[in-house]
Design a protein around this ligand. Structure first.
Ligand code: SAM
Ligand code: SF4
Length: 491
């Protein structure tokens, strides 16, 4: 363990925010110039950017974040899908539909067979990366249920389809349990503090193990002590002032850097969305406006330039598009947040194409209506982006992003500090760009609709032409292998 439990220094945060006040344009530009060198920002500099409201300076902030994003991540966006295995939960989080107090929720823990079915749906869509999600109460097998589920996910294959990286978002574990998780071919372990503000935390977590703030904030220390290199942190925005949360998050990042020589691999930025049975989710106590949300993504990009930023389908397609440019590096697509949600979708599709057109359409609509009710009854929160994976990919192609399904780094042991050592001098791009192209081509050949495939095929030569000679040559070689029928080729 890293020693003592992190105590967020609230006094320092208060002072920093007050001192920054509304900085003049010269100071803002000075901070942006420093951020352009990819060296991150200190707390005072972050606070200066938080205070920016002048449209011209805001534009400069967004342009700087977009440039840093491009220079470090190129035009790649890594795609994953969440897989909700259970909505059983012992906690009473005021914002979540899975809360134990939400008696109206349809509860369900998927069996291993049901999980395998969900995985089949995901791999038929073309997914290769899955984020396993569960509430904090497991069926009778206890924590073994999570380990078995990971094994099921990796084991489930169909033709060229398979999941190559399983990330996990489950409640904090003991060091011993984290060791078992690490041994189960875990990708990233992810958990959000929700709010770093202790009083707000206590007010929204009144029952169950999650009421223990210290147990949660020390989870990453235990995970890293147990040998997990890639951890993902996050804040649920809307509970407390976003400026306060960002500065507290930075204290967590620095704590991990000091204790383990490496900060988090990713940061997630969920905003509170409406959830059944939760009043607070309909009226967040500290709502984050759309402009503030774009600002916080841009500031994060500049503050932790080498840490991935994850954008989920909680946000609308429009907001997602805007934040891709500002700093996001990983996105979910085609998501469902109810256990069994992918299978239910398929049932709707099946009903609507079977039998005679008239009655099939009616039955399809009935099934869809039922599905919407079920969705409300079993889902964690409402989604902002309902598009299927193929549509998201087509949209990314139109914006000239490379949709990447790459899992190369983690398969080759480029994780934690080793990953950062390659990322900081910019060497990682020589791997990421070719791997993104080869997995994108796999998707186009194996799963895309004809129109997505045609637009993707037209984009690939353009993308390779824009690369440096080394990565361009590696990309051509990988593309040749994929066209010759090989899969899962990476460098
Ligand atoms: N049960 C575990 C936990 O709470 O850490 C892990 C899974 S929980 C389902 C995943 C995340 O969903 C939570 O950490 C929280 O940030 C997010 N979440 C819960 N309710 C939400 C809501 N109404 N809107 C947006 N995100 C929400
Ligand atoms: Fe349970 Fe997690 Fe939802 Fe809280 S956020 S109620 S712990 S699933």
């Amino acid at each position: 363990m890293s020693g003592s439990i992190l105590r967020i220094d609230a006094e320092h945060i208060g002072k920093t925010l007050r001192a920054a006040g509304r900085a003049d344009a010269a100071r803002v530009r000075e901070v942006l110039a420093k951020a352009s060198a990819h060296n991150g920002l200190d707390d005072g500099e972050m606070a200066v950017l938080m205070g920016v409201s002048d449209p011209e300076l805001l534009h400069e902030l967004f342009a700087t974040a977009a440039r840093v994003k491009r220079e470090i991540y190129g035009n790649r966006l890594v795609i994953f899908a969440p897989l909700y295995i259970s909505n059983l939960c012992a906690n009473d989080c005021a914002y979540c539909a899975f809360s134990v107090g939400n008696k109206g929720l349809k509860r369900r823990a998927l069996s291993q067979d049901e999980i395998a079915h969900e995985v089949l749906h995901l791999i038929r869509m073309g997914h290769k990366r899955v984020l396993l999600v569960a509430g904090e109460a497991y069926p009778r097998q206890g924590f073994r249920y999570v380990l078995d589920s990971i094994e099921t996910i990796y084991k489930t294959k169909e033709g060229p389809g398979e999941v190559r990286r399983v990330n996990v978002n489950v409640a904090p574990l003991t060091v011993e349990e984290f060791r078992e998780l690490s041994g189960a071919r875990l990708g990233t372990y992810q958990i959000f503090q929700e709010t770093y503000h202790p009083e707000t935390y206590q007010a929204v977590h009144t029952r169950g193990p999650k009421a223990d703030y210290d147990w949660r904030i020390s989870a990453m220390d235990r995970a890293m002590t147990a040998g997990i290199h890639d951890v993902g942190v996050g804040v649920l925005f809307g509970l407390c002032d976003w400026r306060w949360e960002l500065l507290a998050l930075m204290q967590h990042v620095r704590h991990l850097e000091q204790a383990f020589g490496c900060g988090p691999h990713t940061v997630s930025v969920p905003r509170l969305e409406p959830a059944s049975g939760s009043r607070i989710s309909e009226q967040p106590p500290k709502p984050v406006s759309d402009v503030e949300f774009r600002k916080l993504v841009a500031i994060l990009r500049l503050a932790v330039p080498y840490t991935g930023i994850i954008m989920s389908t909680r946000e609308t397609a429009e907001m997602r598009r805007e934040t891709f440019a500002l700093g996001v590096s990983q996105i979910s697509a085609g998501s469902r947040t109810n256990p069994g949600g992918y299978e239910e979708d398929e049932e709707c599709d099946r009903v609507s194409i079977e039998g005679d057109t008239q009655s099939a359409t009616a039955r399809g609509q009935d099934a869809m209506r039922q599905h919407e009710v079920d969705d409300d009854a079993g889902a964690q929160f409402s989604l902002g982006d309902h598009r299927e994976l193929d549509e998201v990919v087509r949209d990314l192609i139109a914006m000239k992003y490379i949709p990447s399904f790459c899992t190369g780094c983690y398969r080759l042991g480029r994780t934690g500090a080793d990953f950062m050592d390659l990322a900081k001098p910019g060497d990682i791009r020589a791997h990421c760009d070719p791997n993104a192209i080869s997995t994108f081509l796999e998707y186009l050949l194996d799963y895309a609709t004809p129109s997505t495939r045609a637009s993707g095929e037209a984009l690939i030569p353009e993308l390779i032409a824009g690369m440096d000679p080394g990565p361009a040559e590696t990309s051509r070689q990988l593309v040749e292998k994929v066209r010759a029928g090989r899969r899962d080729v990476y460098c």
